[in-house]
Every structure is written in structure tokens, then in C-alpha cells.
Write a protein that binds this ligand. Structure first.
Ligand code: ADP
Ligand code: MG
Length: 245
């Protein structure tokens, strides 16, 4: 029997172009990589290197121009989109909230995916919010509370893969720690696979099992996090870690 676990996500020769004012430019340029199931892969790289674009291909917010992406062994083009987006959830910084209460925001996220929300209070408590917030307007929450509500909305659908796009960059240090702890616990207890974009090297190091460096649309380095920071293979990685990029 095959004992090698199926990658949670596999990128095969992915190229993506955006048409700019002057010419077509490859924003992703031949990305080939496997995301290990049950692990946290931290994705780092300079601003504009293509990190967010790579994540948005995984649940078909965008499609690649060349190459193929598979989720649990099945090409994304063969998935039903609602099913794919339930399993592969994208959370980004400052995710917009619907006008209405916290409860309404949780319920609407659920209905979108055809499931029923059984325990909204429990869901809030999981992300460190108290149940008395259920009746408050989502817009009145603080930045940190809104970011946690966005996570709670996502967790309601019990995704297998979380794509996290700089979700803690606007939070104060105490909230960063709480969100990190919550996600680490989810990863440990439920085996949720994560790709976690961050521009904080210390965070990439704290939470990652594996770390990838993207520069100019290419994956320059893919290594386990320990090796990435202590013994990287490439000079670009050494320069990036040293803050010289
Ligand atoms: P990162 O997340 O690493 O900062 P992005 O994936 O957001 O990088 O962007 C990579 C490049 O693609 C940037 O140069 C950005 O300006 C460009 N880009 C992103 N989205 C679009 C779009 N919808 N149309 C044209 N160019 C885009
Ligand atoms: Mg980005």
C-alpha cells in the first residue's frame, strides 16, 4: 500500500499572468510545491512577490494560466466550488463584515455553505470572544475582535485547509498571541492544514513546520522551518532573513 500521505495541496508548474499597462507579467512563475497535510507551512517573501495570488488559486478565486493545482489529490477544476471553499477556507486581514449582528454574520457564513449553525456561543468562545457579543453589531467590534469573528465564521464550516493571509498584522501583541495559540491548538487537535502568510519572521518561525520563501513569483526556498532559518540553501534566503532584501 502507498504509505506516502497525499499532499493537502499540490502546485504543478503554476504560472499566472496579470496584464499590466505595458505588458503581460508573470506574477507566479513556474511554482511547483506540495503542502504537507496536517502541517503549518509559513509563506514569506517581499511585498508583491505573489504570495496572496498563490493562495487565491487554491479555492478558485483565481485560476492559473498554466499548470494544475490539486486539493487532496483532485484537480481544483473538478471540485464543486462550494464544496472546495468549505474545505479550503481563505481568511485575510480586515475581512469585511456584513451589516448586522455578530450572530447574523456567523449564521450567514453557515447558510452560504448549506449547513446549520448549532452552537454560535461555543464558536465565539473558541476564538476568545464572549457570548454577550452575539447581539452586538459586527461593525462596532474592535479590530482584534473583528479578526477573531472572521476566524469564527471560517471555523463554523470546519475547513480541512486554512489559508491565512497576514491575519495578525493589524493586531496588538496580546491579540497576536491569542490568535496564534488558537490556530496552533486547532492544528494540533484537528490536524487542520494551514498555509500562513506572514511578514514577521519571528511569527513564521514560531508557528511554522515548513517555511517557503517566494521572491518575484518563484519559490526560492522550501524547507522545514528549523532548516529554513538555520541552514538555508540559497543566498537569497540568507539575505531575506537578515532583512537585507
Ligand atoms: P504579495 O501577496 O506577495 O504581496 P500579490 O500576490 O498580492 O503579492 O501580488 C503580486 C503582484 O501581482 C503584484 O505586483 C501585484 O501588483 C500584482 N497583482 C495582484 N493582483 C492583481 C490584479 N488583480 N491585477 C493585476 N495585477 C495584480
Ligand atoms: Mg499579499
Amino acid at each position: 500500500m502507498d504509505s506516502i500521505p497525499l499532499p493537502a495541496i499540490e502546485f504543478k508548474h503554476i504560472t499566472k499572468y496579470f496584464t499590466g499597462s505595458e505588458r503581460q507579467r508573470a506574477v507566479l512563475n513556474g511554482i511547483t510545491a506540495k503542502v504537507s497535510p496536517g502541517k503549518i507551512t509559513t509563506l514569506v517573501g517581499p511585498s508583491g512577490s505573489g504570495k496572496s495570488t498563490l493562495l487565491s488559486l487554491c479555492n478558485l478565486l483565481l485560476s492559473p494560466d498554466e499548470g494544475e493545482i490539486s486539493v487532496f489529490g483532485k484537480p481544483v477544476s473538478e471540485w464543486e466550488i462550494p464544496e472546495l471553499r468549505r474545505k479550503v477556507a481563505l481568511v485575510f486581514q480586515d475581512a469585511p463584515m456584513l451589516q448586522g449582528t455578530v450572530l447574523y454574520n456567523l449564521q450567514t457564513a453557515e447558510r452560504l455553505h448549506g449547513t446549520v449553525l448549532h452552537d454560535p456561543s461555543g464558536l465565539l468562545e473558541r476564538v476568545g470572544l464572549t457570548r454577550d457579543l452575539l447581539d452586538q453589531k459586527a461593525q462596532d467590534l474592535s479590530g482584534g475582535q473583528r479578526q477573531r469573528l472572521a476566524l469564527a465564521r471560517t471555523l463554523a464550516n470546519r475547513p480541512d485547509i486554512l489559508l491565512l493571509d497576514e491575519i495578525t498584522s493589524a493586531l496588538d501583541p496580546a491579540s497576536v498571541k491569542e490568535v496564534e495559540d488558537l490556530l496552533l491548538q486547532m492544528n494540533k487537535e484537528e490536524g487542520t492544514t494551514m498555509i500562513w502568510i506572514t511578514h514577521h519572521m519571528e511569527q513564521a518561525r514560531r508557528v511554522g513546520n515548513e517555511t517557503w520563501l517566494m521572491i518575484d513569483g518563484k519559490l526560492v526556498e522550501q524547507a522545514d522551518t528549523e532548516t529554513f532559518f538555520h541552514a538555508p540553501q540559497h543566498s537569497e534566503t540568507r539575505r531575506f532573513i537578515a532583512g537585507e532584501w
